[in-house]
Design a protein around this ligand. Structure first.
Ligand code: ADP
Ligand code: PAZ
Ligand code: MN
Length: 909
C-alpha cells in the first residue's frame, strides 16, 4: 500500500485545500448564518439526548462571594439559580457530610416530524415501559467536613437544591420554595442537624435508616454502575465485572468514622453482623493528636514518607533479626503495633510524625481487614466490598486491607473497593425517594462523564462554570493551578512484600498525596433513560468496545501525545468556527487548558473514572469542546466538503451504472474505503489535504485501492450479496449503515453503497451521530444531504421519500408519510453519541428500534470499525470498512502501514 510519500508526491504542484480554506474563511460568516437558519428546526430533535451543550444557563443575578475574598477558592452564592429540577439526599456522618444531588434537564418537546414518522415506520410505540416517566439528568457527588456544616448549607442554598421538594406525583418542577419540602437524610447528623436545616433552609429532614441506606447504595452501585468495583493488590487496580445475577451474598464493610460490617443477601435483605470502633475516626483523631496534623490529607500524606519500624515492634526485633519461619512470620512482620515505643526512653517528640502516621494507618487498616476476613469466614462469604471515606482511594490503605484479607484467607476471600466509596449511604438515602426512577435503571443508561467544569469540587463552588463563560474560564485557570499541584505519581505498594506477615514499607516515600478533590474517583453520572444496549450484539456481557488496551502504558503515552499534538490545530479550527472573535479565542484557550488538564489527570491515574479506552479520550475531547460552547468546530470544513462532493456525485453514479453488477460492488466498496481518507482527526491526513483539492485527493485515493486490501474479506461479502455458481441469494431485509465523515466519505462512499442496497430491495438505515464530533456527519445534517443527492438520483429520491426524509426538503410532497410501495425506505437515525467512536452498550432507543429488523450492519471508519468494535461480534451479517490512517495502529492492528484498508466481513454468528 501507498505510504505518505507516494501520496503526497502526487500533489506537489496542485492547488491546495489550504487555499480553498482561506477563501472559505472569508465567506464563513455568511455560511455560518445560512447553516444556523437551515438547521434550526431540526436542531431540537437532538436535544432529546442530554449532553453538556444542552445545559441550562445559570442565573447569576445576586451572585456574591461568601466569606473571605482573599481565600483561594471562595464560595460563590447564586441565590437565584436553580437547576431545572433538583433532588438532594444527604448522609451526615461523624466526620463528613455526603451529598448526592440530581439535576434534571427538562425534556424539550420533540415534535419533529421526521422522528414521528420514523417511529411509525419502525413500529416504536410512544408508550413508556413505566407507569411514570423517568427523567434524564445528572447525578452529582459532593462532600463536606461535618465540622464545616455551614459550608454545606451555603452550597445547598447557592444551588437551590432544597427547592426541588417532593410532590406526591413524583418529581416536582416547582421552583418556588416549597413550604413542606423535605430532604431525605441518613447518618447521625440527620438527627443532630435537623433543626439547623429547618432554620437555615426551611426544609424538614426525613430520616432514613443508615444500614438500609448503605445497603441500598451499595446494591445500586454494584448493579448499575460500570467499573464500580475493583481489587487493589500491590499497587495494581483491576476492575471487577459484577454479574448482577450472582452478586449476593457479600460482606459490606463500611469504614467511616467507625466501621460497620453487613452481610448482604439481597435488596433490603441484610444483617449487621459486626463492626469495630477502631475506624477512620480513630486514625484521624489519634493521628491528629500524635502528629499535630491539621487535616486528614496531611496525615495521610505524612504516612507516605514514614517508616513504621521506628515505631512498631517487628518479629525481627523480638527474634534478634531472624524470621519466625515455623509459624510463617518474616522478620519484618509487625509483631506489635506501636510496640517499640514502650521499650525505649523516648517521648512523643522523639518520633517522626511520618513514622507514627504510617504505623497508625497500618494498624487500623490491617485490623479492619482482619476483622472483615473473620466475619466473611463466619458466614462463608467470599467477596468483601469495602466502602467509606477512610479508604479515600488511597493505594496504600487498599493494599494493606487487601493484603490482610488475602493473607488470612490464604487467597480464598477477595477484598474489593468501590469507586463511590463514601457515598453509599447518601445514594441509599437518595434511592429512598419514592419514584425517583433510579431503581430499575440499568448500567447502559448511565454515562459517566468527567466532572468537567463542575462547580462543586470539594464542597466549594470554584467559580460558576455554567452559563457565564468568563467565570468558567477563570475557574479553568484555577483548575490548572490546582492541576499542577495535583499531578503527582500514584503511590504504589512496594514491589516485593514479604508474603508473610506484612509489608516492608511503602515505596511511595517523598511523593505527595493527590489532593482530596482529585482523589474523588467519581464522575458525574449522566442519566439518559433513552439509551439502550444495541440489540444485535452477539454477547452484550462480554462486549468490550475498545480495541486498544490503554492499560498498556506505552499505548496510553502514545495516544496522549497524539491528542496533545493535535490540540493547537483543533483550537484554531474551533475558534474559526465561532467567527474567530476575541471571545472565541478566550474560550479556545480555556478549552485547551481544560482538555490538557484532564489528559494530565488521566495520565496520572488512567483508571480514575473506570476503565479507560481510546474511545473515552476521543469523547472527552468533544465533551470539552462542548463545555466551552464550541458546538461544531468543523462546520465550515464539513459544508465545503459536502458541496464539493455533491458536485461530482452525478458523474460517479453514472459511472457506476455503466458497470456490471460484480464490478460495481467492488467499485462501491473501494469507493467507501477511498473516501474514508477525509478524516480531520488524523494528523497524517490533515497534512495530505494541504497537497491537493478535495476531488484530487479523492481520485488519488481511489486509484490506490488495489486489492488485496490488508484485511480483505471482500470475496465472502460478494458471495453473500451476489451469490456464486448461478444461485441468487435473498437480499438482506434491512441494513444499518453506520456512517462516519461528512463530505466525500458519506456522499461518494456510503450513499452510493446505500443506493445499491436499496436497489436490491434492502431497506437502508443511515446511522449517524447525535452530536458533532470532528468532521463526522450528524443525523441532523443527513436529511439535507440526502435531499441534495436525491436530486440526481431516482433510486435515492424514492427511497428517501418512502423513508420520510424529504418532508422538509420537498414542499411538493403533501403527505410524506404515505406508503410509497415503489421503493423500500431510506431512513436516518441518530446513534445517541457525540464521539468519533461508538460504544454499542449505549445507543439511542431509535437505533435500537431500527436494529430489530436489521440483518446487515455496515460499520464504517476508523473510530467506529477499528478503535471500537473491531472485535465486536454481531447476531447478523457485518461488514467493517475503514482506512487505517495512523501508522502505529496499522502496525499494531493489521501488521500493515498507514493508509492500508480493512474490509472485514463476518456472517451472522
Ligand atoms: N477530608 C477528610 N476529612 C476528614 N476525614 C476524612 C477526609 N477524607 C477521608 N476521611 C476519613 O474518612 C472518615 C469518614 O468516612 P465517612 O465514610 O464519611 O464516615 P462518616 O459517615 O462516619 O463521616 C474519617 O474518619 C477519616 O478517616
Ligand atoms: C479520530 C479518528 C478515529 C477519526 O477517524 P474516522 O472514524 O473518521 O475514520 C482518527 O482520525 C484517529 O484515530 N486519529 C488520531 C490518530 C492520528 O492523528 O493519527
Ligand atoms: Mn470520523
Amino acid at each position: 500500500m501507498a505510504d505518505l510519500t507516494t501520496f503526497t508526491s502526487v500533489f506537489d504542484n496542485n492547488d491546495t485545500i489550504k487555499e480553498e480554506e482561506q477563501q472559505h474563511t472569508q465567506g464563513r460568516e455568511a455560511a455560518a448564518n445560512i447553516l444556523l437558519v437551515d438547521m434550526a428546526p431540526a436542531a431540537s430533535s437532538a436535544t432529546s439526548i442530554h449532553r453538556s451543550s444542552s445545559r441550562p444557563q445559570l442565573d447569576l443575578s445576586g451572585a456574591a462571594i461568601q466569606g473571605n475574598i482573599e481565600e483561594r477558592d471562595p464560595t460563590i452564592l447564586l441565590p437565584n439559580q436553580s437547576d431545572d429540577i433538583s433532588h438532594l439526599a444527604l448522609d451526615i456522618g461523624g466526620s463528613l457530610i455526603k451529598l448526592v444531588y440530581f439535576s434534571r434537564h427538562e425534556d424539550r418537546p420533540t415534535d419533529d416530524k421526521r422522528k414521528k414518522s420514523l417511529k411509525e415506520r419502525l413500529g416504536v410505540s410512544n408508550g413508556t415501559r413505566r407507569s411514570y416517566p423517568i427523567l434524564g439528568g445528572r447525578l452529582h457527588f459532593v462532600k463536606f467536613e461535618t465540622r464545616k456544616v455551614n459550608e454545606c448549607l451555603d452550597f445547598i442554598y447557592s444551588k437551590q437544591l432544597h427547592r426541588g421538594g417532593i410532590d406526591p406525583r413524583g418529581w416536582s418542577s416547582e421552583t418556588q420554595v416549597n413550604e413542606n419540602a423535605i430532604i431525605k437524610a441518613t447518618g447521625g447528623g440527620a438527627y443532630k442537624f435537623a433543626d439547623m436545616f429547618k432554620e437555615r433552609l426551611g426544609v424538614s429532614i426525613e430520616k432514613e435508616d443508615e444500614m438500609d441506606c448503605l445497603v441500598a447504595g451499595a446494591n445500586f452501585l454494584l448493579k448499575a454502575i460500570r467499573h464500580e468495583a475493583f481489587t487493589h493488590m500491590e499497587g495494581q487496580k483491576k476492575f471487577v465485572q459484577i454479574d448482577q445475577n450472582d452478586l449476593f451474598p457479600y460482606l459490606l464493610v463500611n469504614v467511616g468514622s467507625g466501621v460497620s460490617m453487613i452481610k448482604v443477601d439481597g435488596d433490603g435483605k441484610f444483617e449487621r453482623v459486626s463492626g469495630t470502633n477502631v475506624g477512620g475516626g480513630t486514625y484521624w483523631g489519634l493521628g491528629r493528636l500524635l502528629t499535630k496534623c491539621k487535616s486528614f490529607d496531611e496525615l495521610l500524606e505524612l504516612s507516605q514518607r514514614g517508616d513504621n519500624k521506628e515505631v512498631d515492634m517487628l518479629v525481627g526485633d523480638i527474634y534478634g533479626g531472624m524470621d519466625y519461619a515455623k509459624i510463617g512470620l518474616s522478620a519484618s512482620t509487625i509483631a506489635s503495633s506501636f510496640g517499640k515505643t514502650i521499650s525505649e526512653n523516648k517521648e512523643l517528640e522523639d518520633y517522626r510524625p511520618e513514622d507514627i502516621s504510617l504505623s497508625l494507618l497500618r494498624m487500623i487498616s490491617y485490623n479492619i481487614g482482619q476483622i472483615a476476613y473473620l466475619n466473611a469466614l463466619r458466614f462463608g462469604l467470599k467477596r468483601i466490598f469495602f466502602g467509606g471515606f477512610f479508604i479515600r482511594g488511597h493505594a496504600y490503605t487498599m493494599d494493606t486491607i487487601s493484603f490482610a484479607v488475602h493473607f488470612w484467607s490464604k487467597g480464598d476471600a477477595k477484598a474489593m473497593f468501590l469507586r463511590h466509596e463514601g457515598f453509599l449511604g447518601a445514594l441509599g438515602a437518595f434511592m429512598s425517594y419514592e419514584k425517583h426512577g433510579l431503581d430499575d435503571l440499568m448500567a447502559h443508561q448511565f454515562v459517566e462523564r468527567f466532572p468537567m467544569g463542575a462547580p462543586c469540587v470539594g464542597g466549594k463552588i470554584h467559580g460558576p462554570p455554567l452559563g457565564d463563560l468568563s467565570d468558567k474560564i477563570s475557574w479553568m485557570e484555577k483548575f490548572v493551578q490546582k492541576g499542577t499541584e495535583i499531578i503527582a505519581p500514584v503511590p504504589m505498594a512496594p514491589p516485593g512484600t514479604t508474603g508473610l506477615g506484612g509489608f516492608e514499607r511503602p515505596s511511595s516515600k517523598g511523593e505527595t498525596l493527590r489532593s482530596d478533590d482529585a482523589a474523588l474517583n467519581v464522575g458525574v453520572l449522566h442519566l439518559i433513560p433513552t439509551l439502550e444496549v444495541f440489540p444485535l450484539l452477539a454477547d452484550p456481557k462480554t462486549y468490550e468496545p475498545n480495541t486498544i488496551d490503554l492499560s498498556d502504558h506505552s499505548e496510553l503515552e502514545y495516544w496522549f501525545t497524539v491528542l496533545s499534538e493535535h490540540l493547537p490545530d483543533l483550537v484554531d479550527k474551533a475558534v474559526a468556527s465561532e467567527g474567530g472573535t476575541d471571545d472565541a479565542r478566550r474560550r479556545g484557550d480555556a478549552f485547551a487548558r481544560a482538555f490538557s488538564a484532564h489528559l494530565a489527570r488521566l495520565m496520572e491515574e488512567p483508571a480514575a473514572y473506570g476503565k479507560l479506552g481510546l474511545a473515552n479520550l476521543l469523547e472527552l475531547r468533544e465533551e470539552c469542546l462542548r463545555e466551552f460552547q464550541f458546538l461544531d468546530a468543523y462546520r465550515t470544513i464539513k459544508q465545503r466538503e459536502n458541496e464539493a462532493s455533491l458536485a461530482v456525485l452525478p458523474d460517479l453514479l453514472m459511472e457506476l451504472d455503466s458497470m456490471s453488477e460484480e464490478s460495481r460492488l467492488l467499485t462501491l466498496i473501494e469507493g467507501v474505503l477511498a473516501a474514508n481518507i477525509f478524516d480531520w482527526g488524523s494528523r497524517a491526513c490533515v497534512e495530505l489535504y494541504h497537497k491537493g483539492t478535495i476531488i484530487e485527493i479523492y481520485r488519488m485515493s481511489r486509484k490506490k485501492m488495489q486489492r488485496p486490501w490488508r484485511v480483505d474479506y471482500f470475496d465472502a461479502f460478494r458471495e453473500r450479496m451476489l451469490g456464486s455458481g448461478g444461485n441468487k441469494p435473498v437480499p438482506h431485509k434491512r441494513a444499518l449503515l453506520f456512517v462516519d465523515n461528512s463530505g466525500a466519505d458519506v456522499i461518494l462512499g456510503m450513499l452510493p453503497l446505500a443506493r445499491e442496497l436499496l436497489r436490491r430491495g434492502t431497506e437502508v438505515v443511515l446511522v449517524a451521530n447525535s452530536l458533532p464530533a470532528l468532521n463526522d456527519v450528524t443525523a441532523i445534517e443527513l436529511p439535507e444531504i440526502v435531499a441534495e443527492a436525491a436530486k440526481h438520483c431516482d433510486v435515492l429520491r424514492k427511497a428517501a421519500e418512502a423513508g420520510g426524509l424529504l418532508m422538509d426538503a420537498m414542499i411538493n410532497i403533501q403527505d410524506a408519510s404515505r406508503d410509497d410501495s415503489s421503493s423500500v425506505p431510506l431512513m436516518v437515525v441518530e446513534n445517541g453519541c457525540g464521539s468519533p467512536c461508538i460504544d454499542l452498550r449505549q445507543v439511542s432507543s431509535e437505533l435500537a428500534a431500527a436494529a430489530k429488523d436489521a440483518d446487515l450492519i455496515i460499520l464504517e471508519g476508523m473510530g467506529r470499525a477499528l478503535h471500537t468494535n473491531y472485535n465486536a461480534r454481531f447476531r447478523c451479517d457485518t461488514l467493517k470498512l475503514a482506512m487505517v490512517k495512523n501508522q502505529r495502529l496499522a502496525e499494531k492492528l493489521v501488521k500493515g502501514n498507514i493508509y492500508d484498508c480493512v474490509c472485514r466481513y463476518e456472517p451472522a454468528s
